[in-house]
Design a protein around this ligand. Structure first.
Ligand code: NAD
Ligand code: TDX
Length: 330
């Protein structure tokens, strides 16, 4: 099977590439990645049957021949950080919307199976303490430039299925954690701050809830959907991992032997989504998927160890990331 993985040098895509070549001896993987600040070729270095093409998913001349050579396209490529989208939305429009459009036109032309990776944030947010989770048919109510650009990309996929018969599926996953995540994101930022002796930064109250899933569970669900999902359908991926940001910070502080209040409250994120939570019943019932990494405390312990062991991977970016946050009072 020839698999084209866009964004395969980023966090989730790189983990997907690793698992794919480890578990599928017949898979040949081509990664198409622009290598933005978030893409790191080291994350997929030295893997057998993996070929990296550096290029833009919004550039048809690059995309078309790669799609023509693929049996399936899995689209992880995106601008993915909410805070960046608040500072400058433009690359989010270009990559997330125009990039998805370009891929859709190519898979349409070559009749190639397409799986689009999206996020639970397209549904907006839930109230803290509310007894409700996101379901596949819920209305789209994105809050940020990032999540609205992802929502737009999902709608393009749905239209290309309906109007042009493109064979596509969509998955909307909750917050991922694990190895190779960029240190701008909450968990790796907190871990690498503590390695550097910097106090973790909590936006606002810290009572916001995220539904954490290990990246390898996300990716096993993606393969289940590619293999067993119904064309045109949307599947929500989540592992019942709701925790608020204070709880997560305190778990990480405890791992470093620090006091539970050894953090700083900083400026809140404008428009900050309060709570995400996924109902994954449809995915579980239709594909039989279930998460393997259910022990969040162990997952956090192992992730901390990974960042301790891979300082060469993240160190070059740490000072610039913190300088950017400092400008926002975060
Ligand atoms: P990431 O920012 O770590 O990686 C994105 C990758 O895409 C990078 O390697 C980057 O270089 C590449 N890229 C960016 N623009 C590109 C372009 N125009 N052409 C080609 N490559 C380009 O992101 P991530 O956290 O791995 O997220 C991957 C996907 O999963 C995204 O679509 C995101 O919306 C979605 N998602 C992420 C999470 C999460 O918790 N991180 C949760 C749900 C869904
Ligand atoms: O230093 C921080 N302090 C803090 O309190 C950072 C970086 C974040 N936060 C808060 C904001 C959120 O409530 O932690 C929570 C998680 O923040 P992020 O890691 O930025 O993730 P989030 O905004 O929830 O979005 C993530 O999940 C959905 C991914 O980045 C998206 O790509 C995905 O679509």
């Amino acid at each position: 099977m020839r698999v084209l993985v866009t964004g395969g040098a980023g966090f989730i895509g790189a983990n997907f590439v690793h698992t794919t070549v480890e578990t599928m001896p017949d898979a040949e993987v081509t990664v198409l990645d622009k290598l933005t600040y978030a893409g790191n070729p080291k994350s997929i270095e030295g893997l057998d049957r993996v070929n990296l093409v550096v290029g833009d998913i919004a550039d048809m001349d690059t995309v078309d021949p790669l799609v023509a050579d693929a049996d399936v396209v899995v689209n992880f490529a995106a601008e993915s950080h909410n805070d960046n989208s608040l500072n400058d939305p433009s690359p989010f429009i270009r990559t997330n919307i125009e990039g998805t459009y370009t891929l859709l036109q190519a898979v349409r032309r070559h009749h190639t199976r397409f799986h689009h990776i999206s996020t639970d944030e397209v549904y907006g947010d839930l109230a803290i303490g509310e007894d409700r989770k996101f379901k596949p048919g819920d209305p789209y109510k994105p809050s940020s430039p990032y999540s609205s650009s992802k929502a737009a990309s999902d709608l393009l996929v749905r239209a290309w299925v309906r109007s042009f018969g493109v064979e596509a599926t969509i998955s909307n996953c909750s917050n991922n954690y694990g190895p190779y995540q960029h240190i701008e994101k909450f968990i790796p930022r907190t871990i690498t701050n503590l390695i550097d002796g910097i106090r973790p930064r909590i936006y606002g109250t810290g009572l916001q809830v995220r539904d954490w899933i290990h990246v390898l569970d996300h990716n096993s669900a993606v393969w289940e959907i590619i293999n067993k999902g119904r064309i045109g359908e949307t599947y929500l991926i989540g592992a019942n991992g709701e925790k608020n940001n204070l709880e997560v910070t305190r778990m990480i502080l405890a791992e470093f032997g620090r006091e539970p209040d050894d953090f700083d409250h900083v400026n809140d994120r404008p428009g900050h989504d309060q709570r995400y939570a996924i109902d994954a019943t449809k995915l579980e019932e239709e594909t039989g998927w279930e998460p393997q990494y259910r022990d969040f405390a162990k997952g956090i312990h192992d992730t901390i160890q990974w960042y301790k062991d891979h300082e060469d991977w993240w160190r070059p970016q740490k000072a610039a990331v913190e300088a950017k946050y400092a400008k926002n009072g975060q």
